[in-house]
Write a protein that binds this ligand. Sequence first.
Ligand code: DOR
Ligand code: ZN
Length: 346
Amino acid sequence: MVNSFEIRLPDDWHLHVRDGATMKDVVGHTGSQFGRAIIMPNLKPPVTDAQGALQYKQRIQHALVGQPAFEPLMTLYLTDRTTPEMILEAHAKGAAYAAKLYPAGATTNSDSGVTNIAAMDDVFAALADTGMLLLLHGEVTDSAIDIFDREAAFLETILPAIIRRHPTLRIVFEHITTEMAVDFVEAAAPNVGATITAHHLLANRNHMLAGGIRPHFYCLPILKRDSDRIALLRAATSRNPKFFLGTDSAPHAIEDKESACGCAGSYTAAQAMALYATAFEEADALSNLEAFASLHGPEFYGLPINTDRLVIERKAQIIPDRYTFGPSAVRPFFAGTSLQWTTHRA
Ligand code: DOR
Ligand code: ZN
């Protein structure tokens, strides 16, 4: 039995750190385990241009002072008003690595998202020309489509056309949740990859709904069947370079989650690598964790692998009940449960 091992320092290719007074309470959790993180732009108002991304980056760096640091990699939030020139400017200023497409209304702070994806061709072409990536929240928002089928509907009706029309564009299908998405990404060209969260590797919809409603398991795309979870675990542990780590750690104040209309998002940043190690051990694949967490993402983004290292030890930890989150608190995913793994930077 493996009791301790080291890997190259991982990166988190999908992270929400929010803004303002709460940000300093979460960024150190990511810095304690990750070298870089792709920062989601779904603030209120969203980060839509080069200047906004550069300013947000500065605020993150300020919040990191005195804490374990990571490098924030910024993204632009696409709206119906995004122009190709805005993409070119962001690229020229080194302000963003990628652009994030939220179908309007898909999730937290996505109201300004894109209403007509077919009208985005010029923007996607600018991304391809600059070498920036397109990050997709891959769900349709049609209220007639069942919430458990929204990722599948996106795969059937939207993604193939984007790939066909932009064959050189690097596309990340974010936080995939279904066996169908795994099959799709495996069969797609090498410029199509996917991130996988720790919570989708560890939980299914029964965790959220059987025996009582558990709001800290409510995230989007919503948790699916255990057969889907098993397919995600197979993909993550497969050493296929299309699949890499993105926590989608998404802090919300406890009162916004434990509510009659609770927000979507699971907070996994503080124990992220211990959670992934737990999932990989279930698949008897700890030896493939480094590829998924530390090698495939940089390869897909065309960035160097981190030189620092992370130690992963078999040492039990109980996930705390809460962390300070500005004036309130955030309850971590799996709060109160015991994990068999602990991590620290070497
Ligand atoms: O669960 C989620 N939370 N999914 C998302 O797509 C957004 C995120 C958030 O920002 O809270
Ligand atoms: Zn997200």
